[in-house]
Design a protein around this ligand. Structure first.
Ligand code: FPP
Length: 247
């Protein structure tokens, strides 16, 4: 049976997050520049987005550029910025009824790029087959710092009492406040770490690591990851017996 046939369509995760690692190594293995890998990776991102939407995954978050990536060589940073702009084409989102949104410190992007992002978000805001979330200039440490500042301002203005601050208050001040936590997080490229991505949100997320480089992560790989996820028992701190109801 193919992986696709093994998927229980009633238990498809609502939110899958991706760390798209291995673009550079994929390119270098073919004697090409790293930029060649990023370009193939961006195309792959769109393939996975449309495939995931067809599968019924309602949110897909892609780690495209971290806060730390600003310290890569200038030429690579510029290439990634241009690539992002090139991939903000409305057509693919409209054709597939997909909403586009971005999380991260977009104030660091050039003005014309910020405008392009805002425009695409506005134009696709009512699309509801799936939501593609691009994490760009994003890291959880930056996001938490921002959230803490916003909460502190509300306390200072007397809108919020310190004793009323709960985990939900923090959730509401994160950039991810419009979507559920990811049930599944996929990292390609053979490394097994979270690299400052959705650290708060993935407290109970199932992690899936694969050696496949991101540009090779095709539909079959996505199906395989979903099947693997569906075989896990999610206990959220409870015992297996509590979860299954069998004592
Ligand atoms: C990690 O691979 C990948 C990145 C830092 C960038 C990921 C970006 C894309 C897939 C394109 C994003 C495009 C848009 C449209 C937002 P790496 O370069 O660290 O690879 P390596 O570990 O093999 O060196």
């Amino acid at each position: 049976m193919s992986y696709k046939e093994q998927i229980d369509m009633t238990r498809v995760p609502k939110h899958v997050a991706f760390i798209m690692d291995g673009n550079g190594r994929w390119a270098q293995a073919q004697g090409q520049e790293r930029s060649f890998g990023h370009s193939a990776g961006a195309d792959r991102m769109h393939d996975i987005m449309t495939c995931g939407a067809r599968l019924g995954i309602k949110y897909m978050t892609y780690y495209a550029f971290s806060t730390e990536n600003w310290s890569r060589p200038e030429a690579e940073v510029n290439y990634l910025l241009d690539l992002m702009l090139k991939h903000l084409e409305e057509e693919i989102f409209v054709k597939n009824n997909i909403r586009f949104t971005i999380i991260g410190d977009i104030s660091r992007l050039p003005e014309h790029q910020q405008n392009a992002c805002r425009q695409l978000m506005e134009r696709t805001k009512n699309n509801d087959a799936s939501c593609m979330v691009v994490a760009f200039s994003y890291s959880t440490r930056w996001e938490m710092q921002r959230a803490v500042r916003l909460i502190a301002e509300e306390v200072q203005e007397g809108k919020l009492k310190p004793e009323d601050i709960t985990a939900e208050t923090i959730d509401q001040h994160l950039m991810t406040n419009f979507m559920p936590e990811p049930e599944l997080l996929v990292r390609t490229g053979g490394e097994e770490r979270l690299s400052n991505f959705l650290l708060w949100q993935s407290a109970y997320t199932e992690l899936y690591f694969t050696d496949t480089y991101w540009p090779d992560f095709d539909e079959e790989c996505l199906y395989k990851a979903v099947v693997d996820y569906q075989h896990r028992q999610r206990r959220f701190g409870k015992t297996g017996e509590q979860v299954t109801g069998k004592v």
